[in-house]
Design a protein around this ligand. Sequence first.
Ligand SMILES: Nc1ncnc2c1ncn2[C@@H]1O[C@H](COP(=O)(O)OP(=O)(O)O)[C@@H](O)[C@H]1O
Ligand SMILES: [Mg+2]
Length: 267
Amino acid sequence: MSIAFQLEPLHHSAPPVFLSDAAANQPLAFAVMQAKVSDREREEGFVWNLAHELRQPLSALATAVAVVTQDSPSGATALAVAVMGRQLRHMTRMVDDLLDAARLSSGKVSLITQRLDIRQVMRDAAADSATAAAERGQLLNMECGATPLWVNADAQRLYQVFSNLLRNAIKFTDRGGRITFTADGSTSRIAVRVRDSGRGIDSQALPRIFDLFAQVQPSAAGGVGIGLSVVREIVTLHRGRIDARSGGLGHGSEFVVTLPAAPAGRS
Ligand SMILES: Nc1ncnc2c1ncn2[C@@H]1O[C@H](COP(=O)(O)OP(=O)(O)O)[C@@H](O)[C@H]1O
Ligand SMILES: [Mg+2]
């Protein structure tokens, strides 16, 4: 089966690239290389600016939808308003993800860490993903033992990591599939695993799935390839790491987040 790897960013009409005076005096190959780098940077900058500009109209639309909903519409209008609400939430999440990716990649995010039992964050993420899994007839099973697993972490950011991984597992697994969400720990590290019985990832594509805008076989599944890059940035900020494994296409995937354990002693 062939893998279409889409790494080229969006095909909008990119602004023209002007080589600087210094670049104009460089040998041609070097100048072209520079142009390519700045092309990519310009495209990313364009996407970040666009995302920023989209926030305000999206929030105005959300307010308008809330106002119409308060009027308890019926029939076709109620259905239309429900569709608008769902699609707006979807768009807002994509725009927020883009802005988050921009802030994270430019080092503008600082963590608000506290000593916490990672199992609580896992429970919240699993509870919030349960409906989506059930809608696809999937079994979402969480196992994290009876002992607290302490880490120094930003609860909201960790929630974002686990939710993203669970959302992917649900999205890339067929109806009736199985997703397991587990954690175990030692004195030095805590490992959290999201494993699915879904479509799996080709070994050639595996090393690149954490890159921004990278998608394997872009499909009707939706998304634009931001989630895993955000996940990796957050895990790295926690001085942890994330690894992906798969037995290959059709054999499911496993994502492992490893974080330093908080020193034992206090409870
Ligand atoms: N659980 C998974 N099973 C199979 N493929 C996955 C899984 N998680 C991620 N991927 C692959 O990695 C790509 C990047 O994921 P992500 O950054 O979350 O982007 P998106 O979900 O928007 O496509 C996905 O498009 C998909 O090809
Ligand atoms: Mg995703």
